[in-house]
Design a protein around this ligand. Structure first.
Ligand code: ADP
Ligand code: MG
Length: 251
């Protein structure tokens, strides 16, 4: 017998932690909730395979913690296993960001209340920071995950058909809907393939979703109306002011 090389061990164990697009979205949303976010924006490109981006307005990551934020088994949530008895966070194993770095390209932009400006960090496969630059984003954290499973052809293969990709998108929608229902005070948005180049054809081809929760109601703005029980459907495109409009629209 021979011991596996560290790179192979990292890839194999990371691919057990990060198994799908919905799994990435779940881990990132839970980090945002642990950071006390009241607003979370999820953006996907090509069903999340090209890009998953989760932006929050939470407390951000302290500059002193950033060098290890994506190194596996580093966490700010517990110090020892006894802490598990008083756990109040979704995460505690310090595995998500590190595992995502092993199977995708990752950039984290973050700003705490104390920081004057935000900083964008890019990580390598081991979760170590390889570059950093100032950014314009406000308080909170934005995690961008590009080229998911680029080094895991078998996992990538799982999303090779449009049917599978659509099923995965549906799982992401269901996940967001579940959080929206249990956290009525949370503003939660999902956009798939939103294009800045707003030609009518592109807009028609791509769906835009906006979930907003307000007073125990989930309001759904979408390019195409989705009928889900107990959900009020507003047939309106997501706009910058959608949240404002939603708040006015009490019934
Ligand atoms: P865990 O959530 O189990 O601690 P993760 O790998 O998901 O492990 O995250 C590592 C650490 O990075 C967290 O403990 C937290 O300190 C920080 N972190 C990650 N995402 C965010 C975020 N959105 N806002 C603030 N801190 C974050
Ligand atoms: Mg986590």
């Amino acid at each position: 017998m021979k011991q596996l090389p560290p790179d192979t061990v990292r890839l194999l164990s990371s691919s057990q932690v990060i198994t799908s697009v919905v799994n990435v979205v779940k881990e990132l949303i839970e980090n945002s909730l642990d950071a006390g976010a009241s607003s979370i924006d999820v953006k996907l490109e090509n069903f999340g395979l090209d890009r998953v981006e989760v932006r929050d307005n939470g407390q951000g990551i302290k500059a002193v913690d950033t060098p290890v934020m994506a190194v596996r088994h580093f966490t700010s949530k517990i110090c020892r296993h006894e802490d598990l008895e008083h756990l109040e966070t979704y995460g505690f194993r310090g595995e998500a960001l590190g595992s995502i770095c092993a199977v995708a390209e990752v950039a984290v932009t973050t700003k705490t209340e104390e920081d004057e400006i935000s900083t964008q960090y890019t990580m390598d496969l081991t979760g170590k920071i390889v570059s950093q630059k100032p950014s314009h984003l406000g308080q909170g954290t934005t995690v961008s995950v590009m080229k998911l499973f680029k080094n895991l052809p078998v996992r990538r293969q799982c999303f090779s058909s449009t049917k599978k990709c659509k099923e995965e998108l549906k799982k992401v929608q269901d996940l967001l809907m579940a959080y929206a229902i249990i956290k009525p005070e949370l503003r939660l948005m999902l956009v798939h393939n939103k294009v800045s180049n707003s030609s009518t054809q592109l807009k028609k081809r791509n769906k835009h979703y906006l979930y907003t929760t307000f007073k125990n109601k989930v309001l759904v703005h979408t390019g195409k109306a989705e009928h889900t029980p107990a959900i009020k459907v507003i047939k309106k495109k997501a706009t910058k002011n959608a949240n404002k409009n939603t708040m006015k629209k009490k019934d």
